[in-house]
Design a protein around this ligand. Sequence first.
Ligand code: AMP
Length: 198
Amino acid sequence: MTAIQGPKLVIFGRQGSGKGTQGARLASHLGIVHLATGDILRSAVQAHSLLGQRVGRLLAGGELVPDDVMLAVLRARLRQTDVARHGFLLDGFPRTVPQAEALVEMLGTNGLDAVLELDLAAERAFARLRARARADDTPAAIARRLELYEAETVPVRGVFDALDLRVVVDGDGTPDEVFERIRAALHPVLWGTASAVG
Ligand code: AMP
């Protein structure tokens, strides 16, 4: 893979932790590409593309899309010029240990700058999820996604901790409060001093 300029970040947290909202805001603040795998998949389903036909049922049920399919999608997206020029914030990927390992391998030695984890208790996240209106947010699908998060995604922490990449931020608060915490936490990682970003 050709070198990617700019920050390379992952935002990580259970569904409902605010990672979509904060991810979009952070990516725009840093001028990098917000790469949300759920959005890519939902667009494919709406467009009835081959990928969409393959994954539609999995999304509706809150199941994970197989790792090989996700990795092909991600690899293709990371090769596009906007990502190569500006950097990226991955949101919704990796969701399994094999995905995390493949990502680290794909990016090579100048890999990720940081993995930002938004920490929010399961009950708070569930309440937030029930309050939003996305087509794949049926109570059964929400419960299944949270269950898969614990079983498949929480172990991803180990891959990032081994590389000393994980930065944890409290996700409980207003969007502005949480964003300020994120800026403060990432500043030393991205710019090497302790004052607030930008
Ligand atoms: P999200 O928008 O991140 O909540 O993702 C919505 C749905 O897309 C998930 O419930 C999964 O079915 C699928 N999905 C998104 N990202 C991944 C991934 N990295 N691995 C497997 N499935 C994914």
